[in-house]
Design a protein around this ligand. Structure first.
Ligand code: FAD
Length: 504
């Protein structure tokens, strides 16, 4: 085996363009992991600012922070975070109906068949307890309770202020040696021979050279698209919402440990309780609702005094065709965006950053790494895309033109297979490292009204008494554990109360 000569220059200079959640998540992780093996520079422009939304997360962020050695209570205090146990979906299947997508495991799976098979068999034998009754996280969320449990028995994520998160990560990255430059990128300079990005030229004329560039410039995609034309796949026909208005309000009542996604006749709205305020937003499709009506609708539904001016956002569902192209890696919104319904954007940032660190080049960029990175990243996005489409397609709502469009639209074959397999057999298979596991698909499919016509024959192995005992024991375990949990708001206050810390 030959290793390239140590005399050959190392690929050392990493330049991060943009300092939103993506830029600082990337900078903090690379600085902490790679240390002095790289020279890390981040350029951002206060004049341009960040998108200013992105408050709801999913459980893998807990691990990301652990990986970076972040103290959880400190991080939650700094970002005014609360715990999140899932998402309550209201009005998605039909008006007046609601269901919960929790982060937990429902019941107990057998290796051959998920718990839903046993629950379905139970239903056939007269057990009428809802599927929800068997999920700890779901029951705790609905009762506004939370605690860390031994062996991480309660699966959770965070609801946080993303601007504060970026600030927190910036302090970490700078302490770990990352250099920050304030300035506006005016031009991206290419190497005439290789076509690689050679430098970022700022408005004040300074040049920032690099070997590897991370495009974290948000929807602008200054490097990956404007300079390198990596291409874009459009998914707006599957995910038609293209606009949002976000606004922050004062909290009314204690923060609940979950995000609300409430459907309306042309999209949905979110409600995310943090320690010091509540995040609200209305997501809609501009073909069916105009901006003024959307604002009126949002303002008419928020609770509590508004704290900010409305933040109007436009977007289109889709993904950059090549997420890594030449010496540029797109991370964050520059790589693509699917609406925030299942809080997957920050997660995609995390996946891209960790993937890139695993594939960090030594002396030159390998086309094999690029191909691998792009394939893995693309697979993540397609799987998430299908999961999001499910929420729109599997609806019984026909009360507006928007919902009629969603109910009637064509969907990808991959999603048809998933839905029809579940409908016919009750089975869900997780492909590769798919983000949403069986539990998520089952909760959302049944929540949206897709009920299996059959279950796994293994459930027939249990006689009536055995099945009754199994179901009863699992249900009792959940309700006993939930009864012993403290209120979420009180737990947050004790564990990481930001207001108290500020006053102290
Ligand atoms: P940005 O925040 O836009 O940052 C871009 C950076 O690039 C800024 O620092 C800017 O100053 C810099 N920049 C741009 N141009 C230049 C230039 N010329 N010179 C210098 N610097 C420049 N995600 C979730 O996970 N959960 C959610 O609940 C969620 N909700 C969302 C709701 C909506 C309506 C939208 C649109 C998105 C939501 N997201 C959510 C996505 C989330 O906001 C983003 O994934 C996240 O904030 C990362 O953004 P970013 O850093 O890529 O881009």
């Amino acid at each position: 085996m030959t290793i390239a000569s140590s005399a050959e220059p190392r690929l050392r200079r990493i330049v991060v363009a943009g300092g939103g959640t993506a830029g600082w998540m990337a900078a903090a992780a690379i600085a902490r992991t790679m240390g002095r093996a790289v020279e890390l520079t981040l350029v951002e422009s206060d004049a341009i600012g960040t998108i200013g939304v992105g408050e709801s997360t999913i459980p893998p962020l807990v691990n990301y922070n652990r990986l970076l050695g972040i103290n959880e209570a400190e991080f939650m205090r700094a970002t005014q975070a609360t715990f999140k146990l899932g998402i309550a979906f209201e009005g998605w299947k039909e008006v007046g109906h609601s269901y919960f997508h929790s982060f937990g495991i429902t019941g107990k799976d057998h290796w051959s068949a998920g718990f839903q098979h046993f629950w379905l068999a139970g239903r056939e034998r007269g057990h009428d307890a809802p599927y929800d009754e068997y999920c700890l996280e779901l029951k705790a969320a609905m009762q506004g309770k939370f605690a860390h449990l031994p062996d991480n028995a309660m699966n959770y994520a965070y609801q946080l202020d993303s601007t504060l998160y970026a600030r927190f990560l910036r302090a970490m990255a700078e302490a770990d040696g990352a250099k920050r430059i304030e300035g506006k990128i005016a031009r991206v300079e290419l190497n005439g021979e290789s076509g690689h990005v050679a430098a970022l030229v700022l408005e004040n004329g300074s040049r920032i050279e690099g070997d590897l560039f991370l495009d974290c410039t948000g929807f602008r995609a200054l490097l990956i698209e404007d300079a390198l034309h990596a291409g874009h796949d459009d998914w707006t026909h599957y995910l038609p919402c293209d606009s949002a208005i976000a606004i922050q309000t004062e909290s009314v009542g204690p923060a609940f440990p979950y995000t609300k996604a409430i459907a309306h006749d042309a999209g949905w709205r979110w409600r995310i309780p943090l320690q010091h305020r509540t995040g609200n937003g209305l997501v809609y499709c501009s073909r069916y609702l105009d901006r003024d009506a959307a604002l009126e609708r949002l303002l008419g539904t928020v609770e509590g005094q508004t704290l900010t001016k409305p933040n109007f956002l436009k977007f289109g569902a889709g993904a950059r065709r090549r997420q890594w192209h030449r010496n540029v890696v797109a991370i964050g919104l520059s790589g693509g965006f699917m609406e925030p319904l299942e809080s997957t954007s920050i997660h995609l940032i995390q996946r891209a950053v960790l993937r890139l660190i695993r594939m960090m080049p030594l002396r030159e960029i390998s086309d094999r790494d690029i191909a691998e990175f792009n394939e893995q990243q693309h697979a993540d996005m397609l799987q998430i895309r299908d999961f999001l489409i499910l929420h729109y397609k599997a609806t019984e709502r026909r009360d507006s033109a928007f919902w009629r469009y969603c109910g009637d639209m064509e969907i990808p074959d991959t999603l048809v297979q998933k839905i029809e397999l579940f409908r016919e057999t009750g089975r869900v298979f997780r492909k590769n490292e798919e983000l949403f596991a069986e539990n998520s698909w089952v909760q959302v499919m049944m929540g949206q009204g897709i009920m299996p016509h059959a279950y796994h024959p293994i459930a027939e192995k249990l006689n009536d008494d055995e099945l009754a005992r199994l179901l009863e024991t699992l249900r009792e375990q959940v309700s006993k554990t939930v009864a012993g949990l403290p209120a979420h708001a009180a737990y947050v206050e004790r564990y990481c109360g930001a207001a108290r810390a500020a006053a102290a």
